[in-house]
Design a protein around this ligand. Structure first.
Ligand code: GDD
Ligand code: MG
Length: 367
C-alpha cells in the first residue's frame, strides 16, 4: 500500500495528548470611550489599518493554529456577520453567540461554553476584542502546555509592562511567573505588570464560571482562581501591544499598521507613508500613516496626516486633518482645521471651522 501523505505540520506544537486550541473573542462592550465612533457600530468593527479591527485578531488566531473562533457579542450583534461571515476567508470556522443583556467579560466567556468542544483539558484562547498585539501566541500556548511540578496550568495570562497601570488589571507574579494577585483598575497599582487581554484557559475552567449572571473575569474569576490556589501563570512578553479603546488609540494603531511599526497577518501590504483604497480619490497630500477608505475623498490642497478616513468621508480644499478619525460619510468643508478629533458618522465640519483639538463631534451633527 502506498504511504499515506503526512498532513501539513500545524504551526502550533500540539502534543499528541492535547487537542488543537479553540478561541473566544469577547466583543460585546458598548465602546463608550470610543464615542461617537461607536454610536452606530461596535468598536470591534471600526477600520484600523484599512480592515475591520477583529480581522487582525481572527487572522492572528488562524496563524497560531486555532481552527474555531467564537465571537461573544452583544452591542450591535447583528453587524458582525455581514463583515466577518463564516470565517472561511481567514481559514477558521467562526461561530457567534449573543448575550441579550451584556454578561460582563466572565459571563460572556461562560455563555459560549456550549459552542466549544467538550474535552476538559483542551486549550481555549480568550481575547479581549480591542487589543492589537504582536506577541507570540504560539509560544504562549506551548508554555501553557508545560506542566509545573507535574501539574497542568489552569490559566495563562499575557502580561505587559506599562508606565501607568491605573487603567489596567495589575498582575504581580513570582520568580516562576506564577500569578500572585489580580487587581483590576486601581488608583494605587501594585505593579506595572498588567493584564494584556489574551488568556489561555483550560476548558474545564470555563465551565466553573457561574452561568446565567453577570461575571467580571477580572474582578471575580481571576482573583477567585488565585485565592483558591489554581495554577495561573503569566506569559510576559513586550512585543507591540496596544488597547484600541479610544479614538486616539485607534489613530495610533492604524498609523502603526500602515507605517509597519505594528504588523498583522490581516495586513499583507508593504509599509508605506499612507494607505489609500483604490476606490478613494486623493488629490491633496496624505501622509504619516493615514488611511483613506473606499469612497473617501481628499480635495486638492488639503492635508491629511496620521488620520483615519472611513468610507465616504470627504475633506475639502485647503483643509487640514491631523491625528483624527473621520467616521463614514463625514464632510469637512474647505479651509477647516481638525486636529486630534473624532468626528461621528455623517457629521459636517463647515468651511473655515477651527475645531478645538480633541473635540468629539456627534453623528449627524454640525461641528
Ligand atoms: N460579550 C461581552 N459582554 N463582551 C464584553 C462585555 C460584556 O458584557 N464587557 C466587555 N466586553 C468586551 C469588550 O468589548 C472588550 O473587547 C473586552 O471585553 C474588554 O473590555 P474593555 O472595556 O475594553 O476593558 P478595558 O480595556 O477597560 O480593560 C480590560 O483590558 C485591559 C487590557 O487592554 C481588562 O481586561 C484589563 O484587565 C486589561 O488590563
Ligand atoms: Mg479595552
Amino acid at each position: 500500500m502506498p504511504a499515506t501523505p503526512r498532513p501539513a505540520a500545524s504551526p502550533v506544537p500540539v502534543r499528541p495528548d492535547t487537542l488543537a486550541p479553540e478561541a473566544v473573542i469577547v466583543a460585546g462592550g458598548f465602546g463608550t470611550r470610543m464615542l461617537p465612533l461607536t454610536e452606530r457600530r461596535p468598536k470591534h468593527l471600526l477600520e484600523v489599518g484599512g480592515v475591520a479591527f477583529l480581522e487582525h485578531q481572527i487572522s492572528t488566531l488562524a496563524a497560531a493554529g486555532v481552527g474555531h473562533v467564537v465571537l461573544a457579542t452583544s452591542y450591535h450583534a447583528e453587524l458582525f456577520f455581514p463583515v466577518l461571515g463564516d470565517g472561511s476567508r481567514f481559514g477558521v470556522r467562526l461561530s457567534y453567540v449573543t448575550e441579550d443583556e451584556p454578561l460582563g467579560t466572565g459571563g460572556a466567556i461562560r455563555n459560549v461554553a456550549g459552542a466549544l468542544a467538550p474535552e476538559p483539558e483542551r486549550a481555549v484562547v480568550v481575547l479581549n476584542g480591542d487589543v492589537l498585539s504582536g506577541h507570540d501566541l504560539v509560544a504562549q500556548l506551548a508554555d501553557f502546555e508545560q506542566p509545573r511540578d507535574g501539574r497542568a496550568v489552569d490559566v495563562s495570562l499575557h502580561l505587559v509592562e506599562v508606565a501607568d497601570a491605573r487603567a489596567f488589571g495589575c498582575v504581580p507574579t513570582d520568580e516562576g511567573r506564577r500569578v500572585l494577585a489580580f487587581v483590576e483598575k486601581s488608583d494605587d497599582p501594585v505593579s506595572n505588570q498588567v493584564n494584556a487581554g489574551c488568556y489561555v484557559f483550560r476548558r474545564r475552567v470555563v465551565d466553573d464560571i457561574p452561568a446565567g449572571r453577570v461575571v467580571s473575569v477580572e474582578r471575580e474569576t481571576f482573583p477567585g482562581l488565585v485565592a483558591d490556589g489554581a495554577l495561573v501563570v503569566g506569559w510576559v512578553e513586550s512585543a507591540y501591544w496596544r488597547d484600541v479603546g479610544s479614538p486616539a488609540a485607534l489613530v495610533a494603531a492604524s498609523r502603526d499598521l500602515v507605517l509597519g511599526t505594528a504588523t498583522s497577518p490581516a495586513v499583507r501590504r508593504a509599509p508605506a507613508p499612507a494607505w489609500v483604497d483604490p476606490g478613494a480619490r486623493v488629490e491633496g497630500e496624505v501622509s504619516d500613516g493615514s488611511s483613506v477608505a473606499v469612497g473617501a475623498q481628499v480635495a486638492a490642497g488639503a492635508t491629511v496626516r496620521g488620520s483615519v478616513l472611513m468610507p465616504g468621508a470627504v475633506v475639502g480644499a485647503g483643509s487640514e486633518v491631523v491625528d483624527s478619525v473621520l467616521g463614514p460619510g463625514v464632510r469637512v468643508g474647505a479651509g477647516a482645521r481638525v486636529h486630534g478629533c473624532a468626528v461621528g458618522d455623517e457629521a459636517a465640519v463647515p468651511d473655515g471651522a477651527m475645531l478645538e483639538p480633541g473635540s468629539r463631534v456627534a453623528c449627524g451633527s454640525t461641528a
